[in-house]
Design a binder for this molecule. Structure first.
Ligand SMILES: *[C@@H]1O[C@H](CO)[C@@H](O)[C@H](O)[C@H]1NC(C)=O
Ligand SMILES: *[C@@H]1O[C@H](CO)[C@@H](O)[C@H](O)[C@H]1NC(C)=O
Ligand SMILES: *[C@@H]1O[C@H](CO)[C@@H](O)[C@H](O)[C@H]1NC(C)=O
Ligand SMILES: *[C@@H]1O[C@H](CO)[C@@H](O)[C@H](O)[C@H]1NC(C)=O
Ligand SMILES: *[C@@H]1O[C@H](CO)[C@@H](O)[C@H](O)[C@H]1NC(C)=O
Ligand SMILES: *[C@@H]1O[C@H](CO)[C@@H](O)[C@H](O)[C@H]1NC(C)=O
Ligand SMILES: *[C@@H]1O[C@H](CO)[C@@H](O)[C@H](O)[C@H]1NC(C)=O
Ligand SMILES: *[C@@H]1O[C@H](CO)[C@@H](O)[C@H](O)[C@H]1NC(C)=O
Length: 549
């Protein structure tokens, strides 16, 4: 390659963090506090452009998304785009380990590409306890026009953001956690920020024409509880889950754990009247139920007050999980084609066993992973690493790959694990607690190959689904059960693995995987951008030499 061409290529790579040929989608967000009464009691919530849930992000595979966020709260904020893989770009991931927070009264513009992905996702704030009081919204990623979708175009599409809900203020929730107490049980369950009263005064959330089929995009954006979702009198055909087309089984109800999204088709094939959408808490002593109404166009009559019953027990949910399969023949954009189909034949190079439990530090309630309770540092981990001053901010590999013998006392430090670029890793998560857990990994999709009762041992690998496990980004772990995921760490960056439960996350049940490009190569990771916010100890340091091709 001639020097001129080399320079041209270099220039195009440097400018081209977002590729010019792909369309842009722009949003401007005003993030404010506001007062709403989702459960009948006025309370402070987080609004985006005056809305709760926030406005949807609507795009197609490979679109470039630009979101200019104006922080009008009184606290720093960051948003994460859960499930959007941010290839080579942890700079925009929206966690405190990856970027500096957006300070009150300032704005910051997120720029990222939804590379080779389709499906239903949602965004939410990762800072403080913000997520418990709103700030979340749907992300729809459509297939590009020429790529076939394995089902006919629906008549319309509806967003269904379900979640448990507290009536306490954000500061109150935070103060409880800071003082070493739990935030306790939620007060109710919301569907799109509301809860139907069932007294005949409720406006429908959606309408359907008799005989037509609709797409419902369902995400559990809540704080603590797994929810069972169902539509009175109707069945749901599962077509997509967290970015993967699934085998299209039909369900009466679906367990959606915190942080998870599922896309279903629903045909309006019943008597034309109103029906309830129902979301109710699972694995809780007191069952909380949220309702909403779907109305048939020209339908007559209210929804029946008889709410379809929810399943009980863990076994039901484990069996339902086993029925989720990836449709291997459906064509779709896949971010990681190597290792996609034949993941069962790749040799595991490392096994990380995580014991996830609650514990104490200095007498206060904390949550952790293998005895480490993560705490954010003022300097984002990614920046400290990029500027070559990681040793002044955190230690790599404080956490061991195997759980310690005793978990009672947790070590409160930044939890960063060094993973070698492009290695194929098995992660086992063991839940020895009595409550449900749910985790999310940023930057990747992984194969959730098994979740079973009891304790994991290498013999259990015989039970893994090594053929058609769904490629996804969240994993639920039932009480006294384990779950196993497999993935190739081929996306360089500083990636957050976190409990999706807001309380656990706030109290340290999270960690980061540092995946470094061995040659500081632009093929593996984008450079620090000139728009990247710089904070903490790197603020006055000279910018390091950029990555090269
Ligand atoms: C940032 O980088 C872009 C692309 O390299 C360049 O066009 C722009 O002028 C730079 N902005 C600043 C403020 O340096
Ligand atoms: C955001 O707030 C500013 C100032 O109040 C206003 O001018 C602007 O129209 C708002 N933008 C949106 C998208 O709501
Ligand atoms: C959403 O995006 C899709 C594809 O990019 C487009 O066809 C559709 O019109 C958009 N819908 C809305 C409501 O913006
Ligand atoms: C803040 O918003 C203005 C437009 O109102 C924009 O020109 C500027 O680039 C934004 N700043 C950042 C840091 O994104
Ligand atoms: C998988 O996708 C293919 C191709 O679009 C479709 O024909 C088939 O019905 C799907 N299979 C299942 C079991 O859903
Ligand atoms: C996987 O490991 C087996 C046994 O150690 C070895 O024979 C095989 O060649 C390896 N496969 C790959 C793809 O590296
Ligand atoms: C991470 O692990 C790799 C491979 O074992 C090693 O070469 C590298 O020095 C480690 N990096 C750090 C920062 O510890
Ligand atoms: C890093 O660069 C060296 C020398 O150019 C090359 O041999 C090696 O394959 C590169 N490694 C990776 C992982 O790209």
């Amino acid at each position: 390659m001639g020097r001129g061409m080399m320079l041209m290529l270099l220039a195009s790579l440097m400018v081209g963090m977002v590729m010019a040929e792909d369309p842009y989608v722009y949003y401007t967000w005003n993030v404010t506090y506001g007062t709403l009464s989702p459960l009948g009691v006025p309370q402070q919530v987080i609004l985006i452009n005056g809305e709760f849930p926030g406005p949807q992000i609507n795009c197609s595979s490979n679109n470039n998304i630009v979101v200019n966020v104006f922080n009008k709260l009184d606290e720093p904020v960051l948003f994460t785009w859960s499930g959007i893989q941010q290839r080579k770009n942890s700079w925009m991931d929206g966690t405190l380990g990856a970027q500096c927070p957006i300070l009150p009264g300032t704005n910051y513009t997120y720029r990222f590409q939804v590379k080779d992905q389709i499906g239903t996702f949602f965004y939410y704030p990762t800072t403080s306890m913000h997520r418990a009081v709103g700030g979340y919204g749907m992300i729809r990623v459509f297939s590009r026009l020429l790529i076939p979708v394995p089902y006919p175009d629906p008549e319309d599409e509806y967003n269904v953001l379900i979640g448990d809900w507290y009536t306490k203020k954000q500061e109150t929730l935070k103060a409880l956690l800071d003082s070493g107490k739990s935030i306790g049980r939620p007060a109710g369950v919301l569907i799109n920020g509301k809860s139907a009263k069932g007294d005949g005064s409720d406006e429908p959330l959606f309408t359907m024409k008799a005989g037509k089929t609709y797409k419902y995009r369902i995400c559990n954006a809540g704080t603590k509880n797994s929810l069972n979702f169902r539509i009175q009198g109707h069945v749901m055909k599962l077509v997509e889950m967290e970015g993967s087309h699934t085998v299209q089984n039909t369900y009466n109800s679906l367990d959606v754990h915190v942080g998870q999204c599922m896309t279903v088709l629903v045909t309006a094939d019943q008597e034309p009247k109103d029906y309830y959408l129902v979301a109710s808490t699972r694995f809780t002593q007191t069952v909380l139920t949220g309702k909403g109404i779907v109305r048939y166009e020209n339908g007559k009559g209210p929804a029946s007050p008889e709410i379809p019953e929810a399943p009980t027990g863990i076994a039901w949910s484990i069996n339902q999980f086993r029925s989720f399969r990836w449709n291997l023949t459906a064509s779709a954009a896949r971010p990681n084609p190597q290792g996609s189909y034949k993941y069962g034949q790749i040799n595991i190079t490392r096994t990380i066993r995580l014991d996830a439990a609650r514990g104490k530090a200095q007498g206060k309630l904390r949550y952790g992973l293998n005895g480490i309770s993560h705490v954010d540092s003022e300097t984002p981990l990614k920046l400290a690493e990029y500027y070559g001053v990681a040793d002044r901010v955190f230690k790599y590999d404080t956490m061991s790959d195997v759980p310690p013998a005793t978990l009672a006392t947790l070590n409160v430090v930044p939890n960063v694990v060094n993973v070698t670029f492009r290695t194929f890793v098995e992660i086992i998560i063991e839940n020895r607690d009595t409550s449900m857990q749910s985790y999310n990994l940023d930057g990747y999709a992984f194969f959730l190959v098994a979740t079973e009762p009891g304790q994991w041992n290498p013999e259990k690998r015989k039970n893994y689904n090594l053929l058609d496990a769904v490629s996804r980004h969240t994993v639920q772990v039932f009480p006294n059960c384990w779950a196993a995921i497999l993935l190739t760490f081929d996306n360089a960056g500083m990636w957050n693995f976190r409990s999706e439960l807001a309380e656990n996350h706030y109290l340290g049940q999270q960690m980061y995987f540092s995946v470094l490009s061995p040659n500081r190569s632009l093929r593996d990771e984008y450079n620090l951008m000139n728009t990247t916010q710089i904070c903490g100890i790197v603020k006055d340091l000279p910018t390091p030499p950029p990555y090269s091709s």
